[in-house]
Design a protein around this ligand. Structure first.
Ligand code: PBG
Length: 326
């Protein structure tokens, strides 16, 4: 005899409609942020695929506009910009130049799509000749002298129309410095989404090709977090909140889902997660080989972020996913 009083989980899995009725998490267009690399060039037609990120490009302003137009048509609500300047220098002056590439791109996008949310990655590494995220002296990235430059960058980005400032440098005290500078410049309503918990990860490899921002010497381990650490993530998040961060981000995503969950459970601000370039490259490479089904594996990876507690997701798959959701 088969007992009949056991749990039958399968009852609620009998059809797509039944499964959807009891679904606990889902990814919507409102949760997604697309990422774009925009390059300062006189060649309007410039559109160069990034070898380690098939399907992602370095784009001229014009090509960016074309891509964003298509994505907006598919439901894009928010995007983050990374800039590749014409020239780089020791102090990363392209980052806080009011005519820098991010500033130009932000002005162009906001003029055409005022309702689109533009996130500005606030960092120096794409603009410094040495490729580090701050001012370098004796081969060491100097914390406090960098703060002023980050604050200038944030104000310049806000002036251009950026809706959210997202510092990704991991200097101590940057959120406080940026908040003070934004307020002083009159941008009291521009929120800060700090890359609060950002690990020194090998998963950023392809990004450094894309943004041409790899460090010329050493690595980022004296400022980004050590991957094995958990408690330290709570300290970083708490410190950024005390300094005035409005949202917290965890980065990378998939290898750090435990951290997403911890940040979710310990803080009541919105939590963002960044599915970084290496995560994109791994999925893409396997998909291009026919080893996995790209669309379903992407959706599964994104809903995993929601399950872990993320409110918003920064992903290079956003454009593709919007098409699927539509
Ligand atoms: C800038 C920055 C990086 C990424 C986002 N902002 C590079 C780094 O810290 O080395 C990585 C994003 C990705 O890998 O997709 N500091």
């Amino acid at each position: 005899m088969i007992p009949t009083d056991f749990y039958r989980g399968r009852r609620l899995r009998t059809s797509p409609a039944m499964r959807e009725l009891v679904r606990e998490n889902q990814v919507t267009a409102n949760d997604l942020v697309m990422l774009y690399f925009v390059i300062d060039t006189d060649d309007e037609d410039f559109k160069k695929e990034i070898p380690s990120m098939p399907g992602q490009y370095q784009l001229s302003l014009k090509q960016l506009e074309i891509k964003v137009a298509e994505a907006v048509g598919n439901g894009l609500k928010a995007l983050m910009l990374f800039g590749i300047p014409k020239t780089k220098d020791e102090m990363g002056s392209g980052a806080y130049d009011d005519n820098g590439i991010i500033q130009k791109a932000t002005r162009m996008l906001k003029a055409r799509w005022p309702e689109l949310i533009i996130l500005a990655d606030t960092c120096l590494c794409e603009y410094t000749s040495h490729g580090h995220c701050g001012v370098v002296k004796n081969e060491y990235v100097q914390n406090d002298p960098t703060l002023n430059l980050l604050a200038r960058t944030a104000v310049s980005q806000a002036k251009a129309g950026a809706d959210i400032i997202a510092p990704s440098d991991m200097m101590d005290g940057r959120v406080a410095a940026i908040r003070a500078a934004l307020d002083e410049a009159g941008f009291i309503n521009v929120p800060i989404m700090s890359y609060a918990v950002k690990y020194a990860s090998s998963f950023y490899g392809p990004f450094r090709d894309a943004a041409e921002g790899a460090p010329k010497f050493g690595d980022r381990k004296t400022y980004q977090m050590d991957p094995p650490n958990v408690r330290e993530a709570m300290r970083e998040a708490a410190a950024d909140l005390e300094e005035g961060a409005d949202m917290l981000m965890v980065k990378p995503g998939q290898p750090y889902l435990d951290i997403v969950r911890l940040v979710r459970d310990n803080f009541d601000t919105p939590v963002a997660v960044y599915q970084v370039s290496g995560e994109y490259a791994l999925i893409k490479a396997a998909a291009l080989n026919g080893w996995v089904d790209e669309q379903s594996i992407v959706m599964e990876s994104l809903v995993g972020f929601k399950r872990a507690g993320a409110d918003l997701i920064l992903s290079y798959f956003t454009e593709d996913v919007l098409k699927v959701l539509k």
